[in-house]
Unconditional design. Structure first.
Length: 80
């Protein structure tokens, strides 16, 4: 399928807003695409969440190793 070389990699999607940080869950648009492509997510992101994302504090983001240790982290700043 073309993604075979990425099968042992993990991918995180993190969105930074003015007052919040959101992480895409398994049932997000990005999560569905990654699942269809056969790519792995960190364990904490391999779950469904309301509206496809869950909020996290900056302190919690610093502590959670399974998010920071992803092979690829896609960060998007959404500051109005």
């Amino acid at each position: 399928m073309g993604c075979d070389r990425y099968q042992d990699k993990t991918v995180s999607f993190i969105y930074f807003g003015r007052d919040q940080i959101h992480i895409d869950a398994k049932n997000s648009f990005a999560g569905l695409i990654l699942e269809d492509a056969g790519l792995k997510r960190p364990t904490s992101q391999s779950q469904d969440a309301p509206y496809g994302a869950f909020s996290i504090s900056l302190e919690e983001l610093r502590v959670r190793q399974n998010i920071q240790n992803a092979d690829w982290i896609r960060e998007i700043a959404l500051i109005p």
